[in-house]
Design a protein around this ligand. Structure first.
Ligand SMILES: [Zn+2]
Ligand SMILES: [Zn+2]
Length: 463
């Protein structure tokens, strides 16, 4: 059946689109990839001609100048601008079924970056860009979603959680408000910058069921606007407003407390600077019923609910300690060396850090760095946005920007040790994944979960 492309899709289309997911991008620096074609037949075509059937072979696709070649014991294809590997029959939604891609990057640039070997259904397309490999997986949206659900969190999570995760993942893709990777012929990438997609690698029957039972369902508001439903791992207790993350308002999203309506946690909302330390470290945390807290989702069970990619635990409240010299090195590498030296002087000695602006969840969105340049002149520089703050304050990536600073100084007043005492994991806007899991564990149905995280919304079947 011919389906429309994701870019052409609108709420009035009333049909399931196909999605093109980048599995490998030029920034991954790959000029070849190994793939394992299973016993079911795959048609491999490149350039002119009808193509050739392959089964049960290992193959290698390599970039040569601006073209790609497919090499295997069973035959070759290309060099051609595009090589397509298409299944003879639709690939079933079963764990581990499909073509295996070896050495795909997961967690690009984040602290959890690794190489994985996912299996994928649908069609694969290989091409070259800037002398590097681009691999695209094209498949119907409803076949893509189980691979997201089982990649973002474990496919063994409670069904009602998986259903809520499916609806937000589908709504986010279909709303298509953030244009990413526009220089390539793809809709989304396979990774955290868009949504995680691991193909059929970790599929469970429950993940497939969650997608089937919510087929075509998205969230809309009263004006029938499709909700661009963001989500992140753990809000830390208060859901962030999209305004403080992306500097835009989004229909259906707002700041709120991630707890039952009668929870004690409501005393922290709105969260003032005076309340922040108590919110992040107070004794109330021992008893709290905040949905993403360890009281609702115990730390010891968390790894079984997270994706295999994530190292679980310690996300709800955390602490990072630096010696001044270590933090100075990180700031030089990740911030100062990337600034225009005619505008921002280079950092020699760190004098202090101060959060100038925070969002509703305590997430810093403007961080001031006071420092001496190599000539001994004092300067101030600002790091703006929760994302950049998380990027420049950690060798890889900080859990969140909801932190307070504790600075120990030597007798001369220079910082010696800098501690970040924080809460939450991710930007915190929209659905809180660990909180939604907590709600499902407490018996909430997926519709109630969605209505807790999004305001004034209803479920809508768009095809
Ligand atoms: Zn992406
Ligand atoms: Zn939460």
């Amino acid at each position: 059946m011919a389906r429309c492309s994701l870019t052409a899709w609108t709420l009035d289309s009333r049909e399931e689109p196909v999605i093109r997911v980048a599995m490998v991008l030029p920034e991954d620096g790959m000029d070849s990839i190994l793939l394992k074609i299973p016993s079911r037949g795959y048609l491999v075509s490149g350039g002119d001609g009808p193509g050739q059937m392959f089964r049960s072979v290992m193959a290698k696709v390599t970039v040569e100048n601006r073209r790609v070649s497919f090499l295997s014991e069973g035959g070759v294809a290309g060099p051609a601008e595009v090589i397509k590997v298409s299944p003879e029959e639709p690939v079933p939604q079963t764990r581990g079924v499909g073509v295996q891609l070896r050495g795909v990057v997961a967690g690009r640039g984040f602290h959890w970056e690794k190489r994985i070997h996912p299996t994928v259904g649908g069609m694969l397309e290989f091409r070259a860009s800037h002398g590097r490999l681009v691999v695209v997986n094209e498949l119907p949206l409803e076949d893509y979603l189980p691979g997201v659900i089982a990649g973002e969190m474990s496919g063994d999570c409670p069904l009602e959680f998986l259903k809520s995760q499916t609806v937000v993942a589908r709504a986010w893709v279909l709303a298509h408000t953030e244009k990413k990777h526009t220089e390539y012929p793809v809709d989304r990438c396979n990774d955290d910058c868009c949504q995680r997609y691991h193909g059929t690698t970790d599929l469970t029957e429950r993940a497939v069921d969650a997608v089937r039972q919510t087929r075509g369902q998205v969230l809309i508001d009263r004006k029938k606007t499709l909700i661009d439903a963001n989500y992140s791992k753990s809000c830390g207790g208060i859901i962030e407003s999209p305004q403080h993350v992306w500097f835009v308002q989004k229909a259906g999203q707002r700041a709120t407390v991630d707890a039952p309506t009668d929870s004690e946690a409501h005393r922290f909302f709105p969260l003032s600077d005076d309340l922040l330390m108590e919110y992040l470290t107070g004794d109330w945390l021992k008893q709290t019923d905040v949905f993403c807290s360890p009281n609702v989702v115990p730390e010891k069970s968390l790894p079984s609910y997270l994706s295999k990619i994530d190292e679980g635990g310690g996300h709800f409240r955390w602490r990072v300690d630096y010696d001044r010299h270590d933090l100075e090195k990180i700031l030089r590498d990740k911030f100062f060396s990337r600034q225009d030296p005619s505008k921002v002087a280079f950092l020699d000695t760190l004098l202090g850090l101060r959060v100038c602006q925070r969002g509703d969840s305590g997430r810093a969105k403007d961080l001031e760095i006071e420092y001496l340049d190599p000539m001994g002149v004092t300067h101030k520089a600002h790091v703006v946005s929760e994302y950049t703050i998380r990027e420049v304050l950690h060798e890889k990536f900080l859990f969140s920007s909801a932190f307070v600073l504790e600075i120990q100084r030597d007798p001369a007043g220079a910082p010696r040790r800098i501690s970040l005492i924080g809460g939450g994991w991710g930007h915190g806007a929209g659905l809180c994944q660990i909180g939604a899991l907590g709600m499902a564990l407490r018996g909430y149905k997926y519709e109630a979960i969605l209505k807790h995280y999004f305001e004034d919304v209803q479920l809508h079947e768009c095809y």
